[in-house]
Each structure stands twice: as structure tokens, then as C-alpha cells.
Design a protein around this ligand. Structure first.
Ligand code: GLV
Length: 326
């Protein structure tokens, strides 16, 4: 059957699809596929392997036509997909959750926390620019992680794994806010469930791990930044619009918080939504920016490639998908 893949991915998944007898076409340029090209390429396909940058909506399903059975999103998140429309068109949607992806995102989350605390990018810059002239008691002092409190907003698998690094490796305390109780981190890591307000007031490192939904858009805005300690750091490896970026910039400018580590941005791929007010993330030394690479390890990306392929193979055989988006 005919499968369109909207970007080059790790070979292992593509090999699985071909081995299963399918005809696989991969968009060959290393760029986000232009919309018109996407709509043209999916026409008549049985399956599409999409990226989180592809908008999968009514227009897409109509362009693909009646043969389409599955869209396998190469991502854990699926806020790029209109699930109601997929349901209406009878299309199965899958994502790529896996232990390896959790590990890789958790490691990146903790790396951002540690880099903020110890000012690693600033120190790297300083050393490389030849500014180091001799040891000094006051040079680039940061903050210890030991004994500090991590606050998870959303205590699912990724957040819990990131927090485990802090609790087990650095003796940190853990609090979380979530709709559901996570008894396993309470037992294993001594985590305490608190209200979001209490978390914002108490945490030294706030880490966001919620999906992007209407209810989580701008979950962190002026009111929330005002509750944080001036020494608090915030890390976002979830989705950009969970933080109101303008409010974050106001908080940074007025030193309401100590810094931010961002892997995702509100107007991605733009780093700043709107520069007319001269407020930009890039101008702050206490902001660390990474270009949405939290799951970018060879291990995780190979796993994602294979999970997406397995979902397509199963559905095209008339079987249930392994990881339906839900
Ligand atoms: C990446 O952001 C993902 O959702 O997998």
C-alpha cells in the first residue's frame, strides 16, 4: 500500500515499512514540507507518517482522500492534529510514546535545570571568548541543586523521570501538581501533591510536563510568575504556548524569576513571537534556549521511527494500532 512520509526519519522504521511490502515515498528536502506540497503528496495514500510541524486537519483529510486509514505522528504530542476531524473521517491517529523517548526528554529537562543552576552556557561563552584571566571567588557563581525543590506541573512519565535525576542524584525535594495523584512517585521519590499555587510559591525549579490543550494554553502567565520565588527557574520541554512568552519576558525583565530553560517556543520555529516591543528571549543571559531537541537522541529517534512504522503496519493489516493518540 501507499505510504507518504513527510520528512526523512531514521532508516529502521522505513525499512520495516518496505519489508512489509509497502511503497514508501519520503519527502526528500530537509525542511518542513510546504503545505501545498503536503496536500498534493498525500492524495491517494493509505497511510501518512507525519511530523508535529504538519497540520493534520479537515483540509488534509479531504486532500488525502478515502483510502487514508492512519496518520502516524512522529511525536509524543499530537496538538498538530484535529482529533475530532480524524474521527469524522474515520482515520486512526497514533503517536510515539516510549520509555526511550521519556528517558531522552527527561535527561534534556534535567540538563536544562543543571545548566541554568551552574550557568554552563554563559561560562562556556566566557571561556571561549578568552575572558578567563584568573580564578576568582565571585566568577560566574550559580546555585546548588542539592536540597532544592523541584516542582512538576504535570507529573506523568517524563516529568517523573526528570525529577528522579534530581531526587536520587542530587537529594532534591519533589512536589507536583496534577489532576491525578501519582502514588508511584510519592512512594519512590517522596513526592508531595500540592496545588499549583503552592507549587509556584515553593519550587526552586519548576518544570512543565502538560500537553497543549485549550486549558493549558498560557497556563503560566503574569499571575503565575508573580507567585514564583525571585530565585526560581522555569523549564519548558512540553509545548511553547503553555507559557505566555510575553509574560515570561516581563518576569525576566523585572527579575521576578532567576531564569528559564526553554526547548519549545510559543511561536515556533520563531524564537520570539513579536519583536515590536523590543523584548526578546535571546537578550537574556539567564535564559537557555534549545531548538526543540529534548527527544533528539539517536536511541529515541530510532525508537520513534520504529513505533510509527509498527502502527502503520498493524493498521494496514486491519489490526489495532499499538499506540493510539489519546
Ligand atoms: C516532541 O515534542 C514530541 O512531542 O515528541
Amino acid at each position: 500500500m501507499k505510504i507518504f512520509v513527510t520528512h526523512k526519519i531514521h532508516e529502521s522504521g522505513l525499512k520495516m515499512l518496505k519489508k512489509a511490502g509497502h511503497t514508501v515515498t519520503v519527502y526528500s528536502k530537509d525542511e518542513i514540507i510546504p503545505r501545498a506540497k503536503l496536500l498534493k503528496s498525500v492524495k491517494g495514500c493509505d497511510a501518512v507518517l507525519s511530523l508535529l510541524t504538519d497540520k493534520i486537519n479537515d483540509e488534509f483529510f479531504t486532500a488525502a482522500g478515502s483510502k487514508l486509514k492512519i496518520v502516524a505522528n512522529f511525536a509524543v504530542g499530537f496538538d498538530n492534529i484535529d482529533l475530532d476531524s480524524a474521527k469524522k473521517h474515520g482515520i486512526i491517529i497514533t503517536n510515539t510514546p516510549s520509555e526511550k523517548v521519556n528517558e531522552s526528554v527527561a535527561e534534556h529537562t534535567f540538563a536544562l535545570m543543571l545548566s541554568l543552576a551552574r550557568r554552563i552556557p554563559e561560562a562556556d561563552h566566557f571561556a571561549k571568548r578568552g575572558l578567563y584571566k584568573g580564578w576568582s571567588p565571585t566568577l560566574l557563581t550559580g546555585t546548588d541543586m542539592h536540597g532544592k525543590t523541584i516542582g512538576l506541573i504535570g507529573a506523568g512519565r517524563i516529568g517523573s523521570m526528570a525529577a528522579r535525576c534530581g531526587v536520587k542524584g542530587f537529594g532534591m525535594k519533589l512536589i507536583y501538581s496534577d489532576l491525578h495523584r501519582n502514588e508511584s512517585i510519592e512512594k519512590e521519590l517522596g513526592a508531595k501533591k500540592v496545588s499549583q499555587t503552592e507549587l509556584l510559591k515553593k519550587a526552586d525549579f519548576i518544570s512543565l510536563h502538560v500537553p497543549l490543550l485549550p486549558s493549558t494554553r498560557h497556563l503560566i502567565s503574569d499571575k503565575e510568575f508573580k507567585l514564583m520565588k525571585p530565585t526560581a527557574y522555569i523549564v519548558n520541554t512540553a509545548r511553547g504556548p503553555v507559557i505566555d512568552e510575553k509574560a515570561l519576558l516581563r518576569a525576566l525583565k523585572t527579575k521576578r524569576i532567576a531564569g528559564a530553560g526553554l526547548d519549545v517556543f510559543e511561536c515556533e520555529p520563531a524564537i520570539d513571537c513579536d519583536l515590536r516591543d523590543n523584548m526578546e528571549l535571546k537578550s537574556h543571559d539567564n535564559v537557555i534556549l534549545t531548538p526543540h531537541i529534548a527527544s533528539a537522541t539517536e536511541e529515541a529517534r530510532q525508537d520513534m521511527s520504529e513505533i510509527a512504522a509498527k502502527n502503520i503496519i498493524a493498521v494496514l493489516k486491519g489490526k489495532k494500532p499499538l499506540t493510539p493518540a489519546k
